[in-house]
Design a protein around this ligand. Structure first.
Ligand code: R5P
Length: 293
């Protein structure tokens, strides 16, 4: 068994050395089945290889969240500019039209709320049959590496990966950072790689310093969460840096739906993720679109 202490420091990330050419456009996914590739292609656009996921699953722990008070009013104007709806089954069934031709990242873990100090204990909250019924393109499971709920969250993840592999549905492993854990590069290197080794086909994490090491060491695509609301220019810069440093997209919530103009913001984010726009040009686009409304 590998030891906890006294190990050599990992440092040879081969930054700047491209991965060997793949036949499929999603990192590390050459060897998965047709159905899983088809679902991954709904998430990651075959042309750019990237994705804009709109995260609006916050209610599953936060209840009514600023900017998401009325899902039926807030989400529809954003839909044309995104690739993936990331949400709970309750929100989707009750408030979102099934006629949108968008991929669904279905929130499949549940179990705590913002009322608890320790939010690291969850269960699998959606069974595989319901994920299939919802036509999920992937299933999202929160993990809490280093927290009290570490083992149970890994259990939730691997059980979901097993179920997803049976039916060709990818699992999105979400790196949640417990209150007691620092958001360091070392932490994200550890957590993202662990989730990929467990078999998650997509990893969601936060942006951090030396992010290119995190993406280099993770054999599957990484998407970044936006985190708490930032000034729009800063959020666009973060998205740009993440893509430049190897992220395959964003799974962004508050920095879109809490923006002063959310429809303009989602278009600016999309310009960065899919068109390689600079943050300055994307911010200009944001302001131009905002002025038109
Ligand atoms: C948090 O409860 C959810 O899992 C969100 O999907 C995630 O935090 C991403 O949203 P944001 O960009 O607002 O951090």
């Amino acid at each position: 068994m590998a030891e906890k202490d006294g190990n050599k420091t990992a440092k040879d990330y081969g930054i700047g050395i491209p991965s060997p050419k793949q036949t499929f456009h999603v990192k590390g996914m050459d060897n998965v089945d047709w159905g899983m590739k088809n679902r991954l292609s709904r998430i990651f656009h075959p042309k750019s290889g990237h994705t804009v996921m709109l995260a609006f699953d916050h209610g599953y722990i936060m209840g009514s969240t600023a900017g998401l008070e009325r899902l039926d009013l807030v989400i529809p104007p954003l839909v044309p500019y995104i690739d993936v709806l990331m949400a709970t089954r309750g929100a989707l069934r009750a408030a979102i039209s099934p006629s949108y031709n968008k991929a669904v990242a279905l929130r499949c873990s549940a179990g705590s709320s913002v009322l608890k100090d320790d939010m690291s204990t969850e269960v699998i909250g959606v069974n595989i049959e319901d994920a299939i019924r919802m036509n999920a393109s992937c299933m999202a499971i929160q993990t809490f590496i280093g927290s009290n709920g570490e083992c149970s969250s890994i259990h939730n993840l691997v059980r979901t990966i097993d179920a997803g592999n049976r039916y060709g549905i990818p699992t999105l492993g979400v790196v949640a950072v417990g209150k007691e854990m620092a958001r360091t590069t070392k932490y994200f290197l550890l957590a993202t790689r662990m989730l990929a080794e467990f078999g998650a086909q997509i990893i969601k994490t936060y942006y951090c310093d030396e992010f290119e090491k995190v993406t280099a060491a993770c054999p599957v695509p990484i998407v970044i969460a936006g985190g708490k609301k930032l000034p729009e220019a800063d959020a666009l810069k973060m998205a740009y840096n993440a893509i430049q440093e190897g992220a395959s997209g964003v799974d962004m919530g508050r920095n879109i739906f809490q923006a002063e103009n959310s429809t303009a913001m989602v278009q600016a984010v999309r310009a960065i993720v899919h068109d390689g726009e600079t943050p300055e040009k994307a911010y200009d686009l944001y302001n131009t679109l905002k002025a038109e409304k």
